[in-house]
Design a protein around this ligand. Structure first.
Ligand code: HEM
Length: 472
């Protein structure tokens, strides 16, 4: 059986960028062609704009780490997300970003891994109960289930309450509409369609999500003395309310809080849902990987005190090195954020190619992590690449793979803008996957193949269908 799980193969090369934009209206992958997976840097000029795609790992580090100030986030990042997240941390630059990052880092002390584990466990228990109820009814949509569990985790972490039923459905539908339109709006912006019109169109789809979050924040702020431990739960929202910039003494305003929580809700569930959905698909597709993960989980549970049917604890999760390798290999093949865009502030060079001032520089984990020069069998699923102590007998995993796992692996970004939620996402993913394989055998649905589309995040247009069998 081929080790290559599903992916949309790149289109043949065409010099006609307009045709590529037309393909890109549906999914960002439409802009790419097969050459892009072989070259260190691709450059073209379209309607007066210089566009670069940077794959060379040293040039990627230049943009994201060593010369990061010369390559701020591109203004397009701000305006496609502004209707939804305002001027939240993700898309702003300079001192405006630095101050927000100090406040968010402070608030994240609350989201420390051990402290958020009970919230994660609550949401995973609710997930297992939903799966139990569906086990005998044919295939299930793992994508929808992963979206609900990850949104439930982040809502419990931010607001100290679960997310369920009709409320969840309305919010997900609004997010899905926003994603689709935002991807399309980005392509239309390349064609110079007016920004205000495009943003107005996006704002209608963002409105129900912002209203829902604003109401939750108002309710908290209106409970009176919100800095008192007696009246407020010590959750991420409370930490954001109380965070104070040690340099300027500034705090988040009411509007700033809405922006930030909208972004954390988006960042905290869309990305994790995307990767977990694909991980479940891969477990169904590769039964031997699933079996090895189950054996690891049972071995870790059996090696510690307490009944083997107790829930997985903080220390157990840290022992799951094969589980972590599966999740990393999933993030390599299916990076939820499949591209980042930056703007060059000066005339410069990237891996020997001219990069004029104001160029739009794209860095794509999707391309870099499947690049022919970085990875052996780039489209094959081999979690062993990420095992630091892989046995020498594991011939398929070369020393080069391990080097690239360090240099050409950037699902969370790199440098000062790197995702502060990476460890949170990893803990959540291991808990979900370990509890899943412990209770159920995941089987593929022979009638179904995911159809991947890249918009704000990478998702399957037709869901991810698998069958579950309860284990004795
Ligand atoms: C598998 C899950 C996740 C992936 C793949 C992911 C990926 C990313 C990436 C690629 C960036 C930076 C993009 C760039 O440089 O342009 C980012 C930023 C960010 N992420 Fe995540 N993320 C994940 C989960 C989370 C979670 C769970 C949270 C919060 C609980 C979170 C919070 C953030 C924040 C606050 C930023 C902005 C950082 C800044 O601009 O300084 N992420 N994430």
């Amino acid at each position: 059986m081929t080790r290559e799980p599903v992916y949309p193969p790149p289109e043949p090369y065409t010099p006609n960028f307009l045709r590529r934009i037309r393909r890109g209206l549906y999914s960002w992958f439409g802009l790419l062609n097969e050459w892009d997976f072989r070259i260190p840097v691709g450059a073209l000029r379209f309607m007066g704009l210089n566009l670069l795609l940077v794959n060379d790992p040293a040039a990627v580090r230049q943009v994201m780490v060593s010369a990061v100030e010369a390559f701020p986030k591109h203004p397009y990042t701000l305006w496609i997300l502004e209707p939804l997240i305002g001027r939240a941390i993700f898309s702003v630059n300079g001192e405006e970003w630095a101050q927000q990052r100090r406040l968010v880092d402070q608030a994240f002390q609350v989201a420390q891994l051990q402290r958020v584990l009970p919230q994660m466990e609550g949401a995973v228990e609710a997930l297992m109960a939903r799966l139990e109820a569906q086990v005998d009814g044919g295939s299930i949509d793992a994508d929808a289930e992963m979206t609900l569990v990850t949104a439930d985790v982040i809502v419990r972490t931010i607001l100290s309450r679960p997310l369920e039923g009709a409320e969840a459905e309305a919010i997900f539908a609004a997010f899905a509409r926003y994603q689709k339109r935002a991807g399309r709006a980005l392509m239309l912006r390349f064609l110079r369609l007016p920004r205000r019109r495009l943003q107005g169109y996006l704002a209608t789809h963002a409105a129900p999500i912002r209203a829902w979050i604003a109401a939750a924040i108002e309710a908290r702020l209106d409970t009176g003395d919100h800095s008192s431990e007696r009246s407020s739960p010590q959750d991420l929202l409370q930490a954001l309310i109380e965070a104070r910039d040690p340099q300027s003494g500034a705090r988040f305003s009411r509007d700033g809080l809405v922006d930030q929580v909208c972004f954390l809700f988006l960042a905290g569930h869309e990305t994790s849902a995307s990767s977990l959905g694909m991980a479940v698909y891969l477990l169904g597709r590769f039964p031997e990987v699933q079996q090895r993960l189950r054996a690891e989980v049972l071995q870790v549970l059996g090696s510690r005190a307490g009944a083997p049917d107790r829930p997985l604890g903080f220390e157990d999760l840290r022992q799951l090195s094969y589980g972590a390798a599966i999740f990393n290999e999933t993030l390599r093949l299916y990076p939820p954020v499949s591209f980042f865009i930056r703007e060059a502030q000066t005339d410069t060079e990237l891996a020997g190619s001219r990069c004029p001032m104001r160029s739009l520089v794209t860095l794509s984990p999707w391309v870099i992590q499947r690049h022919e020069q970085h990875w052996s069998e780039p489209n094959a699923f081999r979690p062993e690449r990420f095992l630091t102590d892989a046995a020498p007998a594991d011939e398929a995993t070369s020393a080069d793979d391990r080097r690239w796992a360090r240099d050409a692996f950037l699902p969370y970004g790199l440098g000062p803008r790197k995702c502060p939620g990476a460890a949170f996402a990893q803990q959540e993913a291991l808990l979900v996957l370990a509890e899943l394989v412990r209770r159920f055998a995941v089987l593929p649905d022979p009638e179904h193949e995911p159809e991947l589309v890249a918009r704000l995040t990478l998702r399957s247009r037709n869901g991810i269908r698998v069958r579950l069998q309860r284990l004795p």
